[in-house]
Each structure stands twice: as structure tokens, then as C-alpha cells.
Design a protein around this ligand. Structure first.
Ligand code: CA
Length: 233
């Protein structure tokens, strides 16, 4: 399920959080949940989800402050946000939208309505979830057929190398730590050593650059790996 969009739900009402998680998981999303504002802030620095469902009134740090921080950081600047607000918070809602929430629903809301908004926002904000082809320079990756070509020559990658390349190609220029790659490519419940990442990056490079071509993957010392944003320019 590593290809399923990840949703972070920030909600301190436990019953509502459970309901949201259940329904969003039933739609095939990967759902992560935190109940406090400061936890949400930390979580967002560790891992950027594909969409954020954010309650307004939260312990420790308000939804509005989280929204402001999310929009001010390059990594999360375009993260789609749906705010959950209580009735009668009109002024807050306007402030939230002006601070960059993409959509909001007023409590109590119907879960199918929220799910429909999640679908719509992801479609709008994350076209790569529907785009089958990722192309950079002479490398083309097809997410449907799982084929990778370089300069019209088909490459044979193992499943992990394929997911690794797909993940890096989705965010050219962004540097990912080994830990982040493990969580996103291998999955959070898999316990493997961080050196495993180096091994698979090595295998991926070997296939990609077999003919002595330019290496599209950058090793950033002390940080991790990225897909070179200047590749193919
Ligand atoms: Ca609340």
C-alpha cells in the first residue's frame, strides 16, 4: 500500500478521530492520527502527508497556528488542508481560509461528505495520483505498467528499486533522509537497517546508468538522497 495517499488527521475528539480513520482507510488511504497541536507540528516535520485534516480547536497549538506554519515551510507549502470547524466560528473560518486552508467542513458533518472532499482535493492538488507517467530528462516511469525506460531502452528494476525511483521522481530536488525513504518506500512497519537504503540506491544506479550515462540521483553527504532537479536540463 505504499502508493496510497497518506492523510494526517489532527483531531482531539477521540470518537470522531476513530470514525474518520475507519472511513478513510476503507477508501484505501493510509491514515495517521494525532490528538494534539504540538504533536501535529512535530509529525509534519518528520513526514509530509498528502493531505491534512485539521481540527480548529486543539490542545497545545491551535489549528490556525498549524495552518500558518504549514504554509510558511517550503516542504509543506502546497500541502492540501481541510479544516474542521465548529458552528459559529465564522470569523475563524475566514481567517483559516486566508491563512491557506483549502477547504473546511462545519461540525457536525457527514462522514461521506468529508470523504468526498478529501477525494476532490487530492485529485486537484496531487495530479500525480492520477498521472501514470513520470518523465524527467530521458527517464520515463510508468506507474500503471511499472515499466521504466531510459533513452527509449527498457530498464529492468526490482520492485524496491522501482518504488524508490518513483518516490524520488515525484519530488525532484528534495533531499530525503534514509529514515524518510525507509518509511515511505519500505513502509513504516518494516524494520530494516538504514544501510539497506544505500544498497538499493546502489542497485538502482547500476541499472539506470549502465551505459555510463549521467547519474540522476544525488548523494547528499550527511543528509540522504535526492533526484537531481537539474537532471536532463
Ligand atoms: Ca477540537
Amino acid at each position: 500500500m505504499s502508493g496510497a495517499p497518506r492523510i494526517l488527521v489532527v483531531e482531539d475528539e477521540e470518537a470522531l478521530a476513530i470514525l474518520l480513520r475507519y472511513n478513510l482507510e476503507a477508501e484505501g488511504y493510509q491514515v495517521d492520527h494525532v490528538a494534539r497541536g504540538d504533536e501535529a507540528d512535530l509529525r509534519l516535520r518528520e513526514q509530509v502527508p498528502d493531505l491534512l485534516v485539521l481540527d480548529w480547536m486543539l490542545p497545545a497549538l491551535s489549528g490556525i497556528e498549524i495552518c500558518r506554519r504549514v504554509r510558511s515551510r517550503a516542504e509543506t507549502m502546497r500541502l492540501p488542508i481541510i479544516m474542521l470547524t465548529a458552528r459559529g466560528e465564522e470569523a475563524e473560518r475566514i481567517r483559516g481560509l486566508s491563512l491557506g486552508a483549502d477547504d473546511y467542513v462545519v461540525k457536525p458533518f457527514s462522514v461521506p461528505e468529508l470523504v468526498a472532499r478529501v477525494h476532490a482535493l487530492l485529485r486537484r492538488a496531487k495530479p500525480e495520483h492520477v498521472a501514470h507517467q513520470l518523465s524527467i530528462g530521458d527517464i520515463a516511469l510508468d506507474r500503471m505498467t511499472k515499466r521504466v525506460r531510459r533513452a527509449e531502452r527498457e530498464l529492468h528494476l526490482g520492485p524496491t528499486e522501482f518504488r524508490l525511483l518513483e518516490f524520488l521522481m515525484k519530488s525532484p530536488g528534495r533531499v530525503f533522509t534514509r529514515e524518510h525513504l525507509l518509511d515511505n518506500v519500505w513502509g513504516q512497519d518494516v524494520y530494516v537497517d538504514e544501510r539497506t537504503v544505500d544498497v538499493h540506491v546502489g542497485r538502482l544506479r547500476k541499472v539506470l546508468n549502465r551505459r555510463g550515462q549521467q547519474d540522476p540521483i544525488r548523494t547528499v553527504r550527511g543528509a540522504g538522497y535526492s533526484f537531481d532537479e537539474t537532471f536532463g536540463r
